[in-house]
Write a protein that binds this ligand. Structure first.
Ligand code: BTN
Length: 326
């Protein structure tokens, strides 16, 4: 464990820790402790320093912990997990898994981070990823079949999230085509799938989920759309991010492991039940402009069925995004 992680672990209880004791325990100088505390500040954490008492985090934190997450997994799922890493800070959990050497592409590799410095969203947009407040989770899966057999998988994975969240809240969490997690017209999370490999297979897929849990307004100034935290809509007393991460892994694995056999048609009905846009007037935006119409659900490959003045149209997810007409 790095000295930064060691300090974080100690401070995560929200209690005061003296600089002297920290330096002794970590066998580094007090100047080195001070440097790491400054690093925590640059990561957005508020560190109180009080003479005679030491340092504390203004807000106690439940840090993500690989052993705790593994401990929450059912044994059936554990068998599919080949590696599970938690990073204090990384550019992007999706990028980390995708850029490993191909020889290491083995299904069931999982990467989580407390903070992403270059979190990736759909359509090349950034995913704002402040420290310790949300979930950033990616899973790598290897398929012998080509990407065509994975059509609609990013939509199906939205169901992994709604299945988990149904245990936390009944206040209308739904899905917006193709893969936004929405509550009361605000974004709660999103899914980004990235695929490398041959068109006829084999291919490697990385599925990443970002879920807002307790992000502070001050951390979200770069988000350009209405958003919401799970903390603000949940009906349970407390959220354990470790337990929630394990529940997401459970449901993602269930869907990933036999997707080419099941395909989207297996999930179509469940997806339609979560579709917040169904039969609503929407505007579809792509590089070629905006188009108004009515959303009519999804077909058996997860494409959007869109009714406009030109008739019924099938829209592939690629570079299109959808919003309700106001
Ligand atoms: C979207 O634009 O709605 C998709 C957002 C996906 C964000 C997640 S966070 C974990 C994983 N790593 C990334 O860089 N992006 C995804």
């Amino acid at each position: 464990m790095s000295s930064l992680d060691e300090i974080l672990l100690r401070l995560s209880d929200g209690q005061f820790h003296s600089g002297e004791v920290l330096a002794k325990e970590l066998e580094i100088t007090r100047a080195a402790i001070w440097k790491q505390l400054n690093k925590l500040k640059t990561m957005g954490l508020v560190v109180d320093a009080v003479r005679g008492k030491g340092y504390r985090l203004q807000q106690p934190l439940e840090l993500l912990n690989a052993d705790l997450i593994m401990g929450h997994l059912l044994s059936g799922t554990k068998a599919f997990v080949t590696e599970l890493n938690v990073h204090t800070e990384i550019d992007s959990t999706n990028r980390f898994l995708l850029q490993q050497q191909e020889a290491k592409h083995q299904s069931g590799q999982i990467c989580l981070a407390e903070r992403q410095t270059k979190g990736r969203g759909r359509r090349g947009r950034p995913w704002v990823s402040p420290f310790g407040s949300n979930i950033y989770l990616s899973i790598l899966w290897r398929y012998e079949q080509g990407p065509a057999s994975l059509a609609g998988l990013s939509l199906a994975l939205g169901l992994a999230v709604t299945r988990v969240l149904s245990n936390y809240t009944r206040t209308g969490v739904g899905l917006k085509w193709p893969n936004d997690i929405i509550c009361n017209d605000k974004k709660l999370g999103g899914i980004l799938i990235e695929i490398t490999g041959e068109s006829q297979g084999p291919c490697t897929l990385v599925a990443g989920i970002g879920l807002n849990i307790s992000m502070h307004d001050s951390q979200s100034s770069d988000i350009d759309q209405p958003w919401v935290n799970l903390k603000d809509i949940m009906e349970v007393e407390k959220i354990s991010r470790n337990k929630l991460a394990a529940e997401l892994v459970e449901q993602m694995v269930v869907i990933l492991k036999d997707y080419p056999e099941r395909r989207f048609s297996f999930y179509q009905k469940e997806w339609q039940e979560q579709d917040i846009m169904y039969n609503k007037p929407v505007c579809a935006t792509s590089a070629s402009g905006n188009k108004s119409g009515i959303a009519k659900g999804v077909d058996s490959d997860g494409n959007l069925i869109f009714q406009s003045d030109d008739g019924l149209q099938i829209i592939h997810s690629g570079e299109v995004s959808l919003r309700l007409q106001t």
